[in-house]
Design a protein around this ligand. Sequence first.
Ligand SMILES: Nc1ncnc2c1ncn2[C@@H]1O[C@@H]2COP(=O)(O)O[C@H]2[C@H]1O
Ligand SMILES: [Fe+2]
Length: 275
Amino acid sequence: MDSLLTLPAANGADIRILQITDTHLFAGKHQSLLGVNTWSSFDAVLDAIMAQQRDYDLIIATGDLAQDHTVEAYQHFVAGISRLPKPCVWLPGNHDFQPAMVNTLADAGIASDKHVLLGEHWQLVLLDSQVFGVPHGMLSEYQLEWLDKALRLHPERHTLVLLHHHPLASGCTWLDQHSLRNPHQLEAVLQHFPRARNLVCGHIHQELDLDWHGRRVLASPSTCVQFKPHCTNFTIDNVAPGWRWLTLKADGVLETEVNRLQSDLFRPDLDSEGY
Ligand SMILES: Nc1ncnc2c1ncn2[C@@H]1O[C@@H]2COP(=O)(O)O[C@H]2[C@H]1O
Ligand SMILES: [Fe+2]
């Protein structure tokens, strides 16, 4: 089992987390995805987060950190995220290339732990739902067994489960063909753990807050291009890059808010038909 990271709550009992997702960085800092320079938009998001001067304990990076499989793209992620003076944990998305990702992030001292104990009352578990080479997700038997084992260690803790792929229909037909293919198996594990009530994902580049079998599933904007909610076919949204704040309260309540860049510097090419 992956090692266990333990972080104290810096501010009383509440835990505050910053989610960054789907940075889609390239080897070249000049390169763009659907008309958005992904390094510049990530950098602008980091500037805006720093300007907020909020206190927080941990950063979670929920996949698709690189678009082009290169070590250089992960080095750019490291250079950016290192501007924020907090620990970061991460999981892979469908576009990630784990041989480059694992080593580059580890070499930079970014924790590879997938089970994090947060203060006295909470824990995070980070899952790998990548099926290499395809956009949809699947949790392997290994991942499901590991999740079960991790949750059995601390069933009394309130739990946030993180994975890249959304486990339920998002309302975008074209994205729902790329969802997690075995959500029933995830549900079968989670049903034994009533305190595992909250899930956070990336992948769908939009803000969502949905009920899934009595659990809460949050999806979050990308730091680059956004997809328009409730569309049948591929549709880019003309809203700014964003990030999510989460506050985990001692009694198990989760409070959250999405923030976006105020500038309109990162407008995508709305006529693009995919990538
Ligand atoms: N036009 C399209 N139709 C369907 N899927 C697409 C299209 N363009 C891109 N995709 C895939 O949809 C995925 C959604 O988010 P990702 O960034 O993981 O990667 C995207 C691509 O793999
Ligand atoms: Fe993705």
